[in-house]
Design a protein around this ligand. Structure first.
Ligand code: DQA
Length: 143
């Protein structure tokens, strides 16, 4: 099973960035932890982070040819703005889980609209870095 983990803009700054909202865990910590969970289960993980919308779209488009079965994505701020990234996910038809570290429903109203949630298998929001683990567990055991 090949699972792609996609992190959107500013998530490269996790640990440093508004830790009271996003926690102290760095993106490297999150990815390392996911790698360990996938290890020994015959699961191959690919990681991709970008601050650029086009780069995220290009990476999603590649899943048409690279054997990706499932995507776990935190689109970050593009959650609330990017029809283009939504369209990329709709085009490749790979099942995906949308993850947010913070509870977007407990924050500013502009964060309460997602261009992704209705296409997602499911959405995890507000459980911090644990949300990625739960998404991975679901992807492994249920897909
Ligand atoms: C986020 C929530 C978004 O509203 C925000 O723009 C982010 C991160 C989260 O993980 O909580 O960058 O996706």
């Amino acid at each position: 099973q090949n699972i792609l983990i996609v992190h959107g803009p500013n998530l490269n700054l996790l640990g440093l960035r508004e830790p009271e909202i996003y926690g102290a865990t760095t993106l490297q910590d999150i990815n390392r932890n996911l790698s360990q969970l996938a290890e020994n289960q015959g699961i191959h993980l690919d990681f991709f982070q970008s601050n650029a919308e086009f780069a995220l779209i290009d990476r999603i488009q590649q899943t048409l040819h690279d054997g990706t079965d499932f995507i776990i994505i935190n689109p970050a701020a593009y959650t609330h703005t990017s029809v283009a990234l939504r369209d990329a996910l709709a085009a490749v038809k790979r099942p995906f889980i949308e993850v947010h570290l913070s509870n977007v429903y407990a924050r500013e109203s502009f964060r309460q609209r997602s261009y992704f949630s209705d296409l997602a298998v499911g959405v995890i929001s507000g459980l911090g870095a644990k949300g990625y683990e739960l998404a991975l567990e679901y992807a492994i055991t249920s897909h």
